[in-house]
Structure formats: C-alpha cells, structure tokens
Ligand binder design. Structure first.
Ligand code: GLP
Length: 242
C-alpha cells in the first residue's frame, strides 16, 4: 500500500488529478473507473483544469462509473449521471459513447447489470479505479453484509447510507432505497486502485479498513488484498496513521 497524507485539500486534489493525467498521458486508451460523492469533486475540477490547459485529452479513454441510484430519472439533479455530466463529462473531450454508468432506470435491472458486466468484460481491465469510502466501510454501493457480490448487481441501501446521502435531497424520503453497483470482484480486478478519503468523520473507518481484520462487514477491508493500492488522505482522515 502506498499511503499519502496531505495537509490541505488542494494538494490532495492536485495529487489525485496528477495520477490520473499521468496515466492518460502514458496510456491514451486507458480505462478509468470513476466514483461520485463529495470526495472526488475537487479532483475532477483539477482534471478539467489540466484538460483546459491542453495537458491531457480524454478522447481515447473509456470510463465506467461505480454505481447509480435505482429509480431516479437520468436527468434528476441527484442522479450520478447528472453528477458526472456536471463535474466532469460536460467539460472534457471524453466521447459520450465511451462513458458508461449503470442505468438505474432500466425496466429490467437484472439485464442492465448483465449488460454492464459484459461491457466491463469487453474492456478487459480497469487501469485505474477511483474509490471513495462510505462511513460504514462501503465501496461503490457494496454495503456491509455476510457475503459480497463479485459483479454488477442491485443492492438495498443501508439506512446509514441513505442518511449520509440525504444531504443532497430535500428529505430522506426522496433518497432512493436501492442502487446498482459494480461488485467487489470487478473493483479488485482493477490494475491500480486509488482510494481517496477526507474528513475527521472517516478517520476511524479508513484506519479499520486498511489495518483491521479483513471482513465482508467492512467491504473496504478487502482493499488490503490489492497489490497496487494508492491511498490519498487529508490530515483529518489520516489522523490515526500518524
Ligand atoms: N456510492 C457513493 C460512494 O461511491 C462514495 O464513495 C461514498 C462516500 O461518499 P462521499 O464522498 O460523499 O462521502 O458513498 C456514496 O454513497
């Protein structure tokens, strides 16, 4: 594991974006696994800046998002599709056909998951998977459970996850109860994983995830088994590693 702790958010954002731009410069056809949530926003901002300065092009890149809510129209302000458009896709030259996000509005969600898995198979391997961390140790929307699923699947969100994400909705009742998520098998198959964690409220869970016993009750503990894990923490989240 390659762990870095940053004293300010800007340095963390630049480091995260730097890892992604270096990869794409070296490998213009790179396959990127993308995350949503508050954590990667600053990194996407830096990527857009690098693109605007002509340092990187995403024309040949393929992306796969980790997850999407079930039942929100794609153009809903809180769908992950909208998030990606607003924070990244609208501002760079990534061709729309190369940007994949599970369709949480598909009539047949099982078929949608199978289709997403096929696309991932065709892409062979994600070169760099960006990950945030849920307060309960979830990655993507792989929630704590007594077993975990390898491929893309439908999940019921834990109450604590709905509560954590309620800040983006008017009321908690509007937060979807289910989501589609890439499975932990797909995540762990990525060549490199870039885990980003910020904030004092995640200090304990990130410490347990990276140093505690491996358990499906904290899905992020499985990251300990990955041979190329890069971790970027802000000082608050990294408190217990100092
Ligand atoms: N499904 C997403 C995850 O992909 C994200 O990494 C995590 C943390 O979110 P945030 O970065 O907003 O704290 O929870 C969300 O529910």
């Amino acid at each position: 594991m390659n762990l870095h702790i940053f004293q300010n958010q800007q340095e963390l954002n630049e480091a995260g974006a730097g890892i992604i731009t270096s990869l794409v410069q070296m490998q213009p056809k790179a396959v990127l696994g993308l995350a949503t949530g508050g954590t990667p926003v600053g990194i996407y901002e830096e990527l857009v800046k690098a693109y605007n300065k002509g340092r990187v092009s995403f024309k040949g890149v393929t992306t796969f998002n980790l997850d999407e809510y079930v039942g929100l129209p794609a153009d809903h302000s809180e769908s992950y599709r909208t998030y990606m458009q607003q924070h990244l896709f609208n501002h760079i030259d990534l061709p729309a056909a190369q940007a994949h996000i599970p369709n949480g509005n598909a009539v047949d969600l099982e078929a949608e998951c199978a289709h997403y898995n096929e696309l991932l198979e065709e892409a062979k391997q994600i070169d760099l998977q960006i990950l945030g961390l849920g307060h309960n140790g979830h990655i993507g929307f792989n929630e704590p459970d007594d077993s975990l699923v390898s491929g893309t699947h439908r999940v019921e969100l834990k109450e604590e996850t709905r509560e954590a994400n309620a800040r983006y909705f008017n009321t908690i009742d509007e937060v979807p109860t289910h989501a589609l998520t890439m499975g932990v098998g797909t995540i762990l198959k990525a060549k490199t994983i870039l885990l980003i964690v910020r904030g004092a409220d995640k200090a304990e869970i990130v410490h347990r995830a990276l140093t505690g016993p491996i358990t499906t009750e904290i899905p992020a503990t499985l990251l300990q088994t990955h041979p190329h894990l890069v971790v970027l923490l802000d000082a608050e989240a990294g408190r217990l590693f100092e």
